[in-house]
Design a protein around this ligand. Structure first.
Ligand code: ATP
Length: 328
């Protein structure tokens, strides 16, 4: 379908596709940050772009929210061309950027009023909408306190509120839980689900596998600017086949690289990938390799503190496709 622009404009309603991205490329001074990405999002979906830092998630979102111009490629949002009809696109999308864009000396109420006016809301409509949004983000009680007195999680919630003010139909959220405590993260994930249940289509970027797994109808895995896998979680984990992931935790003074190297020759170990204080193994049977793995570690003089066996998940898919752990 990619490339059949006129056809899409004509049929997007019928087909339920609200966003179509076609061979999108972004180069910064000749360096490729986004490399021929194509995907679409259906009405009512939560679609996650999952990838490590620097994979190209923010650049993709910035292009789709009309903040950056693509070097090549095209996208349509609700049938409107991103580059030819940006004003129409802007009316239909909401953006929650990674960087918090709030005035610290103003309250949440004042920040939302300010941004609401920027969106053209005035008078009673503005007042009503701001109080609805404050409810949605759970900050009605603290609405009049200055933002500088808020926790990181509360600031992130106001940031989300700004993106919701003009009742967008498609919301872009760029890593909205980075750098916040677990409780605030929980509140944000729950509000993402609530917004989706209320009918909002969401494009969510994250480098946390657990978030993509919990929220998404479909996931696109992005690495070095390329979309390397796309599908439902069941479709993606099926790519790993019947592989298990075995995580070996080692002490702070041990060398995971040395352990990984030693384990690669153990029969049944398909991959051994070191990261901070652990080695992730990909194997058809965690149970069968466990004893020989522990014995090889002993031979190497490396003590394994604990072991986790994980069923195929998105982390295993990433490992399988790239040979690296997501957080590396
Ligand atoms: P992060 O979570 O770290 O923001 P990301 O997946 O969002 O990661 P991007 O921020 O889109 O990734 O970055 C993709 C690549 O483009 C990286 O190599 C980054 O260094 C580079 N890049 C991003 N912005 C610019 C810029 N303004 N100028 C030059 N290079 C850039």
């Amino acid at each position: 379908m990619c490339g059949e622009f006129i056809f899409i404009v004509f049929l997007w309603r019928k087909m339920g596709i609200v966003l179509e991205v076609c061979n999108l490329v972004k180069k910064y001074n000749g360096n490729v940050a986004v490399d021929k990405i194509s995907f679409d999002i259906e009405d009512g979906e939560i679609f996650s772009l999952l990838g490590p830092n620097g994979a190209g998630k923010t650049t993709t979102i910035s292009i789709l929210s009309t903040l950056l111009t693509p070097t090549e490629g095209s996208a349509t949002i609700f049938g409107y061309s991103l580059t030819k009809q940006p004003m129409e696109v802007k009316k239909l999308i909401g953006v929650v950027p990674q960087e918090i864009a709030l005035y610290d000396d103003l309250s949440a109420l004042e920040n939302l009023n300010f941004w609401g006016e920027m969106y053209g809301l005035t008078g009673k409509a503005l007042k009503t909408r701001v109080s609805e949004v404050l409810e949605q983000i759970g900050l009605t009680d603290r609405a009049k306190d200055r933002v500088k007195t808020y926790s990181g999680g509360m600031k992130r919630r106001v940031n989300i509120g700004v993106g919701l003010l003009h009742k967008p139909r498609l919301l872009f959220m760029d890593e909205p839980t980075v750098g916040i405590d677990p409780q605030s993260r929980r509140a944000i994930l729950d509000s993402v689900k609530a917004l989706n249940t209320a009918g909002m289509t969401i494009l969510y970027t994250t480098h946390y596998m657990e978030e993509a797994q919990e929220l998404s109808d479909r996931v696109g895995i992005i690495d070095h600017g390329k979309l390397i896998a796309l599908g439902t979680q069941a479709e993606l984990t099926a790519q790993v086949g019947e592989m298990d992931t075995l995580i070996l935790h080692v002490g702070e003074n041990e060398d995971p690289e040395h352990l990984a190297q030693g384990l690669r020759t153990v029969q049944g170990v398909f991959q051994a990938n070191p990261s901070d204080h652990e080695v992730a193994l990909v194997t058809p049977s965690a149970e069968e390799v466990l004893a020989p793995v522990v014995s090889r570690a002993n031979e190497l003089g490396i003590k394994i503190h604990s072991v986790d066996i994980r069923e195929p998940n998105l982390e295993a898919v990433f490992l399988h496709l790239t040979g690296r752990a997501l957080r590396d």
